[in-house]
Design a protein around this ligand. Structure first.
Ligand SMILES: Nc1nc2c(ncn2[C@@H]2O[C@H](COP(=O)(O)OP(=O)(O)OP(=O)(O)O)[C@@H](O)[C@H]2O)c(=O)[nH]1
Length: 264
C-alpha cells in the first residue's frame, strides 16, 4: 500500500546523512566558469516537491561517470565524498567501481550512482562499456599535470560517443592542495576555465586530501541532474500511469560495488 508522502519522506530523511540534504540550489564554483546559468530549481520542480498534497514521481537515481587520465585522483575524489577518507598510496582501479549516495533534494529522495572508471589504457575497453546512459560526466585532470588537462578533450569525445547532448559535463581539477603558490594555482585555474568553456563544461578545482570543494561539487552535480531529470507534465503522468519511479523509493541505504568488471 502506498504511504502518504509526508510519512514516507520522514522515514527517508532519517536515513539520509545531514550533509546530503539539499534545500537550496547549490552555486557553481565560479559563475564565469559554467554553462549552467540557472540560479534556482525550476519553478515546476519546486512546486511539485514542496506541495504536501501531490505524489512525487521522479527519476530516483542518476548515473554519474568519472573519467580522466591515470592517477589524476578519480578514486580519491569518490572516497573523500562517500567515505570521508584519503589514502596517499596509489592503487589502480581495475575496470570500474561504483558507489550509490543518497540525498534528499527539496525533501525528495534522490540517489547518485557514481561510477569511478580506470584511467589505465589496458582497462579502457572495459571501463568505456560503462559510459552509456550517464546523466552527468565528470572529467578530471590533475592540476599539477598540464598534459592531463590537454587529454580532457579526448575523454569528453569518448563519453559523448554513447551519451546524448543533454548530459551535464563537469571539468574537475584535482590536487589543488599541492599548488601552494597562488600564482601557480591561478594560472592552472585559468587554463582549466579555457578548456571548460571549449568543452561546454562547468569547472571545479578541488582537493581530495583536504576535502576542499569536494562536497560542494557533488551537491552541484546532484542538484543539476535532479532538476533536469525531474519529469514535467505529461511525462510525469505517464510515469505515474506506468507505475514507474513512484515514491516511496525502494533503494537500500548505501551500496557499494568494488572493482566490478562484469556488470552494468
Ligand atoms: N596531494 C594530493 N594527492 C592526491 C589527491 N587526489 C589524489 N591524490 C593522489 O594521487 C594518486 C592517484 O590517486 P587515485 O585516486 O588512485 O587516482 P585515479 O585517477 O583513481 O587512478 P586510476 O584509477 O588508476 O586511473 C594517489 O597517490 C592519491 O593519494 C589530492 O587531492 N591531493
Amino acid at each position: 500500500m502506498l504511504q502518504s508522502r509526508s510519512s514516507t519522506f520522514k522515514m527517508m530523511q532519517n536515513e539520509v546523512q545531514a550533509d546530503r540534504q539539499i534545500s537550496s540550489f547549490p552555486k557553481p564554483y565560479r559563475s564565469d566558469a559554467t554553462p549552467y546559468s540557472g540560479i534556482d530549481f525550476d519553478p515546476y520542480v519546486k512546486e511539485s516537491c514542496c506541495s504536501s498534497t501531490s505524489l512525487v514521481a521522479g527519476l530516483t537515481i542518476a548515473k554519474v561517470i568519472i573519467l580522466g587520465d591515470v592517477a589524476v585522483g578519480k578514486t580519491s575524489l569518490v572516497n573523500r565524498f562517500c567515505h570521508e577518507i584519503f589514502d596517499s598510496n596509489y592503487k589502480a582501479t581495475i575496470g570500474v567501481d561504483f558507489e550509490v549516495e543518497q540525498f534528499n533534494i527539496l525533501k525528495v529522495p534522490f540517489n547518485l550512482q557514481i561510477w569511478d572508471t580506470a584511467g589505465q589504457e589496458r582497462f579502457k575497453s572495459i571501463a568505456s562499456s560503462y559510459y552509456r546512459r550517464a546523466h552527468a560526466v565528470i572529467i578530471t585532470f590533475d592540476m599539477t599535470n598540464a598534459i592531463s588537462l590537454s587529454h580532457c578533450y579526448e575523454w569528453k569525445r569518448e563519453a559523448m560517443l554513447v551519451n546524448n547532448k543533454y548530459v551535464h559535463i563537469f571539468l574537475v581539477g584535482t590536487k589543488r592542495d599541492i599548488l601552494t603558490s597562488p600564482k601557480a594555482f591561478s594560472e592552472m585555474e585559468s587554463r582549466g576555465m579555457k578548456v571548460a568553456a571549449e568543452l561546454g563544461a562547468e569547472l571545479w578545482c578541488v582537493s581530495s586530501r583536504t576535502g576542499e570543494r569536494v562536497t560542494e561539487m557533488f551537491h552541484r552535480v546532484a542538484a543539476l541532474t535532479f532538476n533536469s531529470t525531474f519529469p514535467r507534465g505529461d511525462e510525469r503522468m505517464k510515469q505515474v500511469a506506468l507505475g514507474g519511479n513512484l515514491m516511496p523509493f525502494k533503494n537500500p541505504s548505501k551500496m557499494s560495488h568494488q572493482k566490478c568488471v562484469s556488470c552494468t
